[in-house]
Design a protein around this ligand. Structure first.
Ligand code: C5P
Length: 465
C-alpha cells in the first residue's frame, strides 16, 4: 500500500511506534495516532504505567489497531520490546514527561517504553510536556541536551496555559504540529542515510548513531577529540584535495584594548578540519581568534593561518583559496568594523571633564567574503560552502531566514544552524540543515560538532565527485 504522509515530500507507509508517558496531555496522543493512521502509517503504541493512569489502554489499542505494549514481563519469552524496537522505523514519544526524559538521558530500561527506546536503532523524536519550572530546571535542560547530542529530535514545547492557572512553556504542541515535525525528521533521516550510503566513506549517521560516544559534550576538556575515530577506517577519497576552512570569530579593533567581537569558539570549524583530514584532504585553517588549546588538538595535516579581523581573514582565504577545491566559510565574520581606529585608549567623557555621557561609534560595512567567493571562483570547479547561524522570530522560522540567505549568498552549500540555548555556539552540540544555492534542502545533521562536520564533509565530497 502506498500512502502520503503529512510531511512534504515524504511518501509511503512507515512503521511508527508512538510512545506515551505520564502527563495530563496524554489524551493528545490519541489525535497523533489517528492522524498517523489517516496518513497511511502503521502504528503501535507503547505506554508507560503512568500514561495509562491518564488515558485508557483500550482507547489507544482501538485507535492504533494493535494491542498496547506496556508490560515488560507479560510475555517475557517473546522479548516484545526487542520485536517492537526492531519493527519501528520511527519512535515518536508524545508526551515525553520530565521523568521519562531523565530516564532516556541516563539509559534506564525499567519498563516497556524505556527498553524500546534503548533497543531501537530508528530515529527518535520526543515531544516534551511538563510544567514550566520542570522544563526550565537545569536537570531537565541538561537531560534534553544529552538527548539532542545523541541525535534525538526534541520538539520544543508550546507556551500557554498549563494544567493549573499559570502559563508558560511546557505545553504539548498541537498534534498536527507534532506529526508534521516527526515525519519531516523521519524524511530527513532517511534522506541523509541514503546520501551517506551512496558515498564511499564510512560516514557516521547523525540520526541513527546513538551508540557512538560524543566527544563534543559540555564539560569535557577535549570537545573535538573523537577517540572513537581512532578505531574507524575512513576511505581516503579526499586525498589530493585542498580544503580552506575559516573558523572562529573576527575581532574589529576600536582602540588598542577594545574590539567588536562575537561568541564563535571555532569548534565547528576545527571539527570540519579534522573531518576533512580523516578522509585524506589537506586543510588550511584560517583561524580567527581561536583558543590555542583547541588549535593544539588539530591533526598535523592542518596548516593554521591565524588572523584577527575580517579584512585579514578575507586576504588569507583568498591567498590560500587559489589552490583549493573547497572553501568552507565557517567563521563568524563581523558585518561591520569601526570606521576609524583610535591609536590610543578612548577615554570616558567624564575623564576629560565633559558632561555628555553618550558616545557614537561609526561603523562601515565589511565585504561579504562568502558572497564574493561564490560570485567569482578563485579556482575552476571550486565548491563554496557557507554557514548561517539563525534564530527565528515570531513571523519567520530560522530555516526560512536560511533559505533567503542561501539565495542571496549563492554558495553551493549553506549549512543553516539554529542558534539557541542548547545548540550552536561554543561547546555544545549542533544541528544543521544544508541548503543548496536555490534554497533547496539537501541534507540535515544533528549531533556533536564532529558528527555534523563528518556529515557535511560527505555532502561536499559528493559535490566534488
Ligand atoms: O550574513 P551572515 O553573516 O549570517 O552569513 C554567514 C556566512 O557568511 C558565513 O559563512 C560567514 O563566514 C560568511 N560571511 C562572510 N563575510 C561577511 C559576513 C559573513 O563571508 N562579511
Amino acid at each position: 500500500m502506498t500512502a502520503t504522509c503529512a510531511a512534504p515530500a515524504c511518501t509511503g507507509t512507515r512503521r511508527i511506534v508512538v510512545g506515551v508517558s505520564g502527563s495530563i496531555s496524554a489524551y493528545k496522543a490519541t489525535f497523533i495516532i489517528r492522524q498517523l493512521r489517516a496518513a497511511g502509517h502503521e502504528v503501535k503504541v507503547v505506554a508507560s504505567a503512568a500514561a495509562l493512569k491518564f488515558i485508557g489502554e483500550s482507547t489507544l489499542a482501538a485507535l492504533s489497531g494493535a494491542p498496547v505494549a506496556s508490560q515488560l514481563f507479560s510475555d517475557a519469552g517473546a522479548v516484545e520490546h526487542v520485536a517492537i524496537a526492531e519493527w519501528a522505523q520511527l519512535l515518536l514519544i508524545a508526551p515525553a514527561s520530565a521523568d521519562l526524559i531523565a530516564k532516556l538521558a541516563v539509559g534506564r530500561a525499567d519498563d516497556m517504553l524505556t527498553t524500546t527506546a534503548l533497543t531501537t536503532t530508528a530515529p527518535i523524536v520526543i515531544s516534551p510536556a511538563m510544567h514550566t519550572q520542570m522544563w526550565q530546571h537545569p536537570a531537565t535542560v541538561a537531560n534534553v541536551e544529552i538527548l539532542r547530542s545523541r541525535g534525538v529530535k526534541v520538539i520544543e514545547p508550546a507556551s500557554g496555559r498549563l494544567t493549573g492557572k499559570d502559563s508558560g512553556p511546557g505545553r504539548l504542541p498541537e498534534p498536527e504540529q507534532i506529526v508534521a515535525q516527526a515525519l519531516e525528521f523521519l524524511r530527513q533521516s532517511e534522506h541523509f542515510k541514503a546520501a551517506s550510503n551512496g558515498g564511499g566513506a564510512q560516514v557516521v549517521d547523525a540520526v541513527q548513531n546513538q551508540g557512538e560516544p560524543s566527544q563534543d559534550q559540555p564539560g569535557q576538556n577535549q570537545p573535538d577529540q573523537d577517540l572513537a575515530a581512532q578505531d574507524l577506517q575512513f576511505s581516503q577519497d579526499l586525498a589530493g584535495k585542498h580544503f580552506v576552512i575559516s573558523a572562529g570569530g573576527t575581532r574589529e579593533a576600536i582602540d588598542p584594548v577594545r574590539f567588536l567581537g562575537n561568541r564563535s569558539s571555532g569548534r565547528q570549524g576545527t571539527a570540519l578540519a579534522r573531518a576533512a583530514v580523516e578522509r585524506g584532504a589537506h586543510v588550511t585553517l584560517v583561524a580567527a581568534n581561536i583558543e590555542a588549546a583547541l588549535l593544539a588538538q588539530l591533526p598535523e595535516q592542518v596548516e593554521v593561518v591565524k588572523v584577527v579581523s575580517a579584512l585579514q581573514l578575507r586576504d588569507a582565504v583568498h591567498e590560500a583559496g587559489r589552490s583549493a577545491q573547497v572553501i568552507v566559510m565557517c567563521a563568524a565574520v563581523a558585518d561591520f568594523r569601526p570606521k576609524t581606529y583610535a591609536g590610543f585608549k578612548l577615554k570616558k567623557s567624564t575623564d576629560s571633564g565633559e558632561t555628555d555621557k553618550s558616545y557614537t561609534l561609526e561603523l562601515v560595512e565589511n565585504p561579504d567574503i562568502l558572497a564574493g567567493l561564490a560570485a567569482q571562483r578563485l579556482n575552476e570547479g571550486q565548491v563554496i560552502v557557507g554557514f548561517a547561524a539563525e534564530t527565528g522570530d515570531e513571523h519567520t522560522s530560522a530555516l526560512e531566514y536560511g533559505r533567503r540567505k542561501a539565495l542571496r549568498k549563492g554558495a553551493d552549500l549553506l549549512a543553516v544552524n539554529t542558534v539557541g540555548a542548547t545548540s550552536g555556539f561554543g561547546d555544545v552540540a549542533n544541528e544543521i540543515h544544508v541548503l543548496d544555492s536555490h534554497g533547496q534542502q539537501v541534507g540535515h545533521s544533528a549531533g556533536s560538532k564532529l558528527q555534523v562536520a563528518r556529515d557535511l564533509v560527505e555532502l561536499i565530497a559528493q559535490r566534488l565527485s
